[in-house]
Design a protein around this ligand. Structure first.
Ligand code: UTP
Ligand code: MN
Length: 404
């Protein structure tokens, strides 16, 4: 009324509707009317998925079940549950009854049963069982250490370890350099990275890179580019339109940070670009870029608010005014920048489906370096992500719509 005309419908305009009503009544007019379940694609790259998840109750359960399958190296149901979670994340409404699933892909068999139980009981007994499962709990703890994956977790579990204290207490265990750093900075790393911390790291990275490459393009990728407010690390993509000087820049940045005492850990992986030929066929393949997996010391103005009872100990000890942050730096040649950016922005599910779509729907091969058209037998050049979507015949999705 104030505007004197109809305005766009927003969340605050919604009426809270009783659960017994059809779910679509619960959604704003514009979203509900533009949403047709039968048009939801099986490919995440054809679905706009923001961080606004109306079906968290379901997707949380699916992700727990998927992870449990992953820990048991049971890939097929793991992927099925992850795909199902991804489909529900794009819906503009909350599932309240089984009829709401009509026309939606990837929600067959076992998955339907889980949904049914949650709509009826409010929770999934299977997911609850997994959460109390000893193996699941131990694997969760083990993989929370930087440098520990499924293989190591498996080994530790078979050795009888269940909690991290037991692993740490065993002095005969041979830990990798990465795992040692993982234990050393465990508390900081497990607490996650906030957007503010990511922005602070971003300044440090840009500053360092541009000291040596003034015209460098430094872009934050990964979850933060998709609008996430918290992440497990901060990912950066570095390139430069100049000649091949970008090969040296990572070494120089590392040396600078070492001198400044900012580098708590790093692993520099040299580029294997000259070995790369056609785009990789694998859906979850590693790329060939030069990269650095690091832990950076981020100095903070004010340390997090500690509770009073710990202040006695910290009277004696030096007050820690920094936080360890996981940072990934990736350097790409300028011609491959758009592909690298698309590949490193994620989400993982989005990337997986993008490659699957390219292969199965377009007879093309996509990876973090290039797009190859198998019919025309040519590489398709792209200066921007928009051009890559266009090559694939896909509507463009903004980074924040790739939270599949
Ligand atoms: P991350 O593992 O950092 O995920 O990889 P994320 O989405 O930023 O989420 P956080 O960090 O857990 O909050 C970022 C993206 O980079 C790609 C993946 O597609 C992933 O989505 N990636 C990662 C690669 O292409 N290659 C790699 O070796 C690693
Ligand atoms: Mn990340």
């Amino acid at each position: 009324m104030e505007a004197g005309k109809p305005v766009d419908s927003e969340k605050k305009h919604r009426l809270m509707v009783q659960q017994a009503y059809p779910a679509t009544l619960d959604t704003p007019e514009s979203e509900a009317s533009s949403f047709v379940a039968g048009t939801v694609s099986q490919y995440a790259c054809q679905r706009r998925t923001t961080l606004n998840n109306c079906n968290k109750k379901f997707t949380d359960a699916f992700e727990i079940l998927a992870e449990n399958y992953e820990f048991r190296e049971n890939e097929v149901p793991c992927l099925a549950f992850m795909r199902a979670a991804s489909v529900l994340k794009c819906l503009p409404f909350t599932i309240v009854r089984m009829g709401d699933l009509e026309g939606l892909p990837c929600l067959g068999g076992e998955i339907r049963n889980v949904i049914e139980e949650i709509t009826e009981e409010g929770e999934s007994s299977r997911a609850k069982d997994v959460l109390t499962d000893e193996r699941y709990q131990s694997f969760k703890l083990f993989i929370s250490v930087f440098g520990v994956g499924l293989k190591t977790s498996e080994k530790w579990y078979r050795m009888g370890f269940r909690i991290l204290e037991e692993v740490k207490a065993d002095k005969t265990l041979k830990l990798s350099r990465m795992q040692k750093a993982g234990f050393l900075y465990y508390e900081d790393l497990v607490s996650g990275v906030s957007k503010a911390e990511a922005d602070a790291v971003s300044l440090i990275v840009k500053d360092a890179v541009r000291t040596f490459l003034p015209d460098a393009l430094v872009t934050i990728t990964g979850g933060f580019r998709r609008g996430k407010k918290i992440g497990h690390d901060v990912d950066f993509l570095i390139t430069s339109p100049g000649l091949r000087q970008e090969e040296e820049v990572l070494h120089k940045v590392i040396d600078l940070w070492k001198k400044q005492g900012l580098l708590l850990y790093y692993d520099l992986v040299e580029s294997t670009l000259e070995q790369a030929k056609l785009p990789s066929r694998k859906v979850d393949a590693f790329d060939h870029f030069q990269k650095c997996f690091a832990i950076l010391k981020l100095h903070q103005q004010r340390v997090d608010t500690r509770s009073c009872d710990t202040s006695k100990e910290s009277d004696k000890a030096e007050v820690k005014d920094w936080k360890a942050i996981r940072v990934d730096l990736v350097v790409s040649p300028f011609e491959q920048y758009a592909y690298a950016l698309l590949g490193w922005t994620g989400s993982r599910q989005f990337e997986r489906d993008l490659r699957r779509y390219a292969t199965h729907e377009r007879k093309m091969m996509l990876d973090n370096h290039a797009l190859y058209d198998k019919t025309k037998r040519i590489f398709l050049k792209a200066k921007s992500e928009e051009e890559i979507f266009a090559h694939l015949g896909l509507d463009y999705l903004e980074p924040w719509e790739r939270n599949a």
